[in-house]
Design a protein around this ligand. Structure first.
Ligand code: ZN
Length: 201
C-alpha cells in the first residue's frame, strides 16, 4: 500500500491527529500510517470504541470528570476518604494523582482553568457543584492541585477565595512546591506527585 501525500482522506486523518494535545505533524503521520497498515485491527476497534464511548460519555454528577457510568468509579467507591477533595484541571490530572497512590480522597475536575480573556471564571468551571458538596458532605479540606503555570496559579488563587468565602473554617491547601514550575500535573512523575500530596500546605 502506498500513501500518496496528496490523498485527501489520509491528509484529513493526519490533520486531525496533529491537532491533538501532545502530537505534531510527524507523529500524526506515523500514527495514521500504522493504523492503516500494521494496526488495521486496532483502527477498527478505535472506531467502534470511540463511537460507543461518544454515545454514552457524560460528566460525573459529583466530580465532573468524564465517565460512561452513572457515577465515576472514584465517586462510587465507598472506601474513599470523604473528608478531603482534590481539585484538578483535567481528567488526565486526576489519573496522574491516582497513579501516585498517595491520595485516597475525592476529586473535583474543573475541566479547564480560569481564563479572564475568554470570560471563564469559577462559575463557568462548575464551582457551584463543589460548593454544594461542601454543604452536604463531611468535607473539611480542599486540596487545590491546579498546575504551576500562570493560569493554574490564578485559578488556585480565585478558587481559594471562593471556598474561604463560602465556608471560612474550611482548610484550603495547595500541592507542595515539589512540582516543577510551569509543568502540568499530568506530565509529572508519580513519586513527585506523592511527595507533593504529603507536603501540601
Ligand atoms: Zn465522580
Amino acid at each position: 500500500m502506498t500513501t500518496n501525500i496528496t490523498d485527501e482522506k489520509i491528509s484529513r486523518l493526519e490533520e486531525l491527529f496533529a491537532g491533538l494535545p501532545g502530537l505534531g505533524p510527524r507523529s500524526a503521520s506515523r500514527i495514521v500510517a500504522e493504523l492503516l497498515t500494521t494496526r488495521r485491527q486496532d483502527a477498527q476497534r478505535l472506531c467502534q470504541d470511540l463511537s460507543e464511548t461518544l454515545a454514552s460519555v457524560h460528566h460525573c454528577p459529583r466530580c465532573h470528570t468524564l465517565t460512561t457510568l452513572p457515577m465515576c468509579s472514584v465517586c462510587a467507591d465507598e472506601a474513599r476518604d470523604k473528608s478531603v477533595v482534590c481539585v484538578v484541571e483535567t481528567p488526565a490530572d486526576l489519573q496522574a494523582i491516582e497513579a501516585s497512590v498517595a491520595y485516597k480522597g475525592g476529586y473535583f475536575v474543573l475541566m479547564g482553568r480560569v481564563n479572564p480573556l475568554q470570560a471563564v471564571g469559577p462559575e463557568e468551571l462548575g464551582v457551584d457543584t463543589l460548593l454544594g458538596r461542601i454543604d452536604k458532605e463531611p468535607i473539611d479540606e480542599v486540596v487545590i492541585a491546579t498546575s504551576y503555570t500562570p493560569e493554574g496559579e490564578t485559578t488556585a488563587h480565585l478558587l481559594a477565595g471562593v471556598l474561604k468565602k463560602h465556608k471560612p473554617q474550611l482548610k484550603v491547601t495547595r500541592l507542595a512546591r515539589g512540582l516543577p514550575s510551569g509543568v502540568e500535573i499530568e506530565y509529572t512523575d508519580a513519586a513527585t506527585i506523592a511527595s507533593a500530596v504529603a507536603g501540601r500546605r
